[in-house]
Design a protein around this ligand. Structure first.
Ligand SMILES: NC(=O)C1=CN([C@@H]2O[C@H](COP(=O)(O)OP(=O)(O)OC[C@H]3O[C@@H](n4cnc5c(N)ncnc54)[C@H](OP(=O)(O)O)[C@@H]3O)[C@@H](O)[C@H]2O)C=CC1
Ligand SMILES: O=C(O)C1=N[C@H](C(=O)O)C[C@H](O)C1
Length: 278
């Protein structure tokens, strides 16, 4: 047991579905100190983060839309360990949020999806120059890491694979960050999947889904009633092998988020994927 001061944590997107879960998880971790809760949503300004997250006691941390002043404030607390910002905001804002945090020396833990490969590379270069740890994690659930590992194993034996990701219909980006990462992991070994047997025509655009690396197709479903689900389906003559992960509650992401907050302080560059820090 060490006497180290708790890690200062800022949550960006604190009023959102994931942000509220992170408020609960961080406030219950004795080695973490929730210092700031940022959200641009006008209806939540000034509300107590704890009450918003459904905790029985207020946390005395108000929701504010003032990201830069909060980064400056936490960065200025020199007697504390370096601060961490957890980002669950929106694909349109996450790149700027992460750049700002790194500029202030605050370590980003990024759950927000939708960053382009160029944006990720640019953030990696920026973090490297600043010698600052940064974690981008498309999926914080251990079940998805295990699914991806099983999929990589299967990909050595199957030449045909398609991915179906299914999410709630408030999701801004498609395909999901997890599906993109899964396709990248399968494509890493350089094998081209799904050699065509016939010439295909799409009678309705998009019928065959989106084409990711190495011929892998991703299909995106958006429906109310879903949270987050993914199937990786391998096919070969006479057999189908299906891997499926289902999220029934967003609390499944919290052990991964807490691990990432603790690990990012040990890093000096950008790391992509939960599997790299387990
Ligand atoms: N990596 C992982 O394991 C997971 C990743 N995600 C990803 O996290 C992101 C957020 O998901 P979710 O919580 O469901 O989304 P929500 O829409 O429920 O929450 C996002 C919150 O961020 C606010 N917001 C939007 N832009 C900004 C900004 N520039 N600065 C501060 N706050 C902002 C939104 O306000 P307003 O509503 O007013 O726009 C909203 O309150 C998505 O990209 C999603 O794909 C989700 C689950 C797991
Ligand atoms: O928007 C979501 O909900 C989720 N987004 C992430 C993604 O795009 O992969 C992770 C998980 O699927 C939930």
């Amino acid at each position: 047991m060490t006497n180290q001061a708790p890690i200062p944590v800022i949550i960006n997107g604190a009023a959102g579905k994931m942000g509220r879960e992170v408020i609960k998880a961080v406030s219950q971790a004795p080695d973490l100190n929730l210092m700031g809760a940022i959200d641009t949503s006008p209806e939540h300004q000034g509300k107590d983060a704890g009450e918003l997250a459904g905790l029985s006691e207020p946390l005395e941390v108000p929701i504010t839309n003032q990201l830069e002043p909060m980064l400056g404030y936490v960065a200025g607390e020199r007697q504390l360990p370096p601060g961490v910002i957890v980002d669950f905001t929106h694909p349109d804002s996450v790149y700027d949020n992460v750049r700002s945090a790194i500029a202030y020396g605050i370590r980003p833990v990024v759950g927000t999806t939708g960053l382009s490969p160029e944006q990720i590379q640019d953030l990696a270069d920026f973090a490297e120059k600043a010698s600052t740890g940064c974690l981008i994690i498309p999926n914080f659930s251990i079940g998805m890491v295990l699914l991806q590992q099983a999929a990589v194993t299967a990909s050595q034996y199957f030449d045909h694979v398609e991915i179906i990701e299914l999410h709630h219909n408030q999701k801004a980006d498609a395909p999901s960050g997890t599906a993109i990462q899964t396709a990248q992991l399968l494509a890493e070994f350089g094998k081209t999947f799904n050699p065509p047997l016939v010439e295909e025509t799409e009678k309705l655009a998009g019928a065959r889904g989106s084409l990711a690396d190495e011929g892998i197709r991703i299909h995106s479903v958006r429906l109310p009633g879903l949270i987050a689900h993914q199937e990786v389906i391998f096919g070969a003559p006479g057999q189908i092998y299906t891997l499926r992960h289902d999220t029934s509650d967003r609390s499944c992401y919290m052990p991964g988020v807490l691990l990432a907050i603790r690990k990012v302080l040990q890093l000096k560059s950008l790391v992509y994927g939960l599997e790299k820090i387990l």
